[in-house]
Design a protein around this ligand. Structure first.
Ligand SMILES: Nc1ncnc2c1ncn2[C@@H]1O[C@H](COP(=O)(O)OP(=O)(O)O)[C@@H](O)[C@H]1O
Ligand SMILES: [Mg+2]
Length: 456
């Protein structure tokens, strides 16, 4: 752990020196200030605890306490004062000091108080972290959207969270929110303060995946120098999320099935049954039913996983959610990237809602992030999005229907050039950018368009 940083504020250099030497012996990092002004400046650099003398050249420590609390609410303040009066002590505590010591300072007592204070602070922080994990970040409201489809998903996830530990199967295209749904279930369940473990089945080769999941005994294979617990054991009492389960080998599938049915498993190289309580949430973007028919997925496992099926709908089937999602990501990225982007122009919003979004919410999120990053005004225009995202995401083969009698590619290109120029109010450079052409190329096309080609 990093050493705690202590700020010693006293105008008497000798006192600062004796305190500093003692605190360094205790393993603390010490910074010093002789005035309130210097103390306030040092506070900004991040300090864990402050020793504050009451009588300073530029003010009274006690009077400065409210400002100190405001500037650095997490810093613990211990007041040092010359007067040994109950009233002064009470006043200091009321103003938010953690403790109060009279001068001359007993260095042993000071060290004890500081250790106690820091321990309290660490505990407080731990509780805070735990609270944050347990409460809001993964509440159902993190799933944005008001379409019927997504409302149903939200409701269903809430219900599933309240069930004890039945297996869940999340299906849906990539980027539809399967990871998010798994977290919403876990953190909304009674398992929330137990671990959430997550593994992508396609990322590891079969034997590695097996030992990651089930653990291994010492000597199970050449590198196994010690027993290792697998994810299932590490997640005891919590949830294991098996992502991309459609890519799991048939051999491993049967081991997972056995675990789901009997709640026990063997570590790799082990003979003993280990029994553990975890909820399994599996996800796939494949059509598992088709995988079963093709013989690539065990039918019994498929039915075992499907106890609670949740289908995440693709974004193109709920265009009404696009606006809410864009607003959501806009707020998030303008904050994260510290850019004052407030809105998306109505035209842009209209066009974006009609996009097919083959990469679903993930693609939309990335598009908004890039647009915010590149934005030069408070309102994002369509150009910000077109410039920002990769061109291939805008021309989706499935949206262009090739007519029965074929197509005149030259005429189509001319039409696209016209549209690009219309959108950029005739700015050839911007139009060329939109089409991924050089300025020479777009000029060439324009010349061809205005020079009638001899009909033959
Ligand atoms: N309905 C939603 N509301 C808010 N964010 C979402 C929603 N669906 C997906 N996301 C976000 O989109 C990104 C991709 O989602 P993810 O859960 O990783 O998809 P999948 O696992 O299905 O590929 C993540 O950043 C996720 O938080
Ligand atoms: Mg995923």
């Amino acid at each position: 752990m990093e050493a705690s940083k202590i700020l010693v504020v006293d105008d008497e250099r000798l006192i600062r020196w004796s305190i500093r030497e003692r605190l360094r012996q205790e393993g603390f990092e010490v910074v010093e200030a002789g005035t309130l002004a210097d103390a306030m400046a040092l506070l900004q650099q991040g300090v864990d605890l402050m020793l504050l003398d009451n009588g300073l050249p530029d003010g009274n420590g006690l009077d400065a306490l409210p400002a100190i609390r405001l500037a650095a609410p997490d810093v613990i303040v211990i007041m040092l004062t010359g007067t040994n009066s109950v009233e002064a002590a009470v006043e200091a505590m009321k103003a938010g000091a953690w403790h109060y010591l009279t001068k001359p300072v007993n260095l042993d007592e000071l060290a004890v108080k500081i250790h106690q204070a820091l321990e309290t602070m660490h505990l407080r922080r731990e509780v805070q972290v735990l609270r944050e994990v347990v409460s809001s970040p993964w509440g159902p409201e993190t799933i944005v959207g008001q379409s019927h489809a997504i409302q149903n998903v939200r409701q269903l996830l809430g219900k599933i969270a309240r069930t004890a530990g039945s297996t869940v199967l999340l299906t849906g295209e990539s980027g539809t929110g399967k990871d998010l749904a798994a977290k919403v279930i876990h953190y909304g369940s009674a398992r929330a303060n137990k671990p959430f473990m997550n593994i992508t089945c396609s990322a590891l080769q079969e034997t590695l995946l097996e030992s990651e999941l089930f653990g291994h005994e010492k000597g199970a294979f050449t590198d196994a120098r010690a027993q290792k617990k697998g994810l299932l054991e590490l997640a005891a009492g919590g949830t294991v999320f098996l992502d991309e389960i459609g890519e799991m080998s048939l051999g491993l599938q049967s081991k997972v099935l056995r675990f789901l049915e009997e709640k026990t498993f063997k570590r790799v190289g082990g003979a003993q049954d280990v029994s553990i309580d975890v909820r399994v949430i599996a996800a796939t973007n494949r059509d598992l039913h088709a995988e079963v028919t093709a013989g690539r997925f065990r039918e019994d496992l498929f039915y075992r996983l499907r106890v609670l099926p949740v289908e995440l709908p693709p974004l193109r089937d709920r265009p009404g959610d696009v606006q809410a999602l864009i607003d959501f990501f806009l707020r998030r990225f303008s904050q994260e990237l510290k850019k004052p982007v407030r809105a998306v122009s109505p035209t842009a919003m209209h066009v974006l809602a009609q996009q097919p979004w083959p990469g679903n919410v993930r693609e939309l999120r990335n598009a908004v992030e890039r647009a915010v990053l590149l934005a030069e005004s408070e309102e994002l225009s369509l150009d910000d999005f077109l410039l920002a995202s990769t061109r291939t995401t805008h021309v989706h083969a499935q949206t262009i229907v090739l007519p029965e009698d074929g197509i005149d590619l030259d005429a189509l290109q001319d039409e696209l050039v016209r549209q690009a120029l219309a959108r950029t109010s005739g700015n050839q450079t911007r139009a060329a950018q939109l089409l991924g052409l050089s300025r020479d190329q777009i000029r060439y096309r324009l010349e061809r368009m205005t020079t009638p080609v001899a009909q033959g």
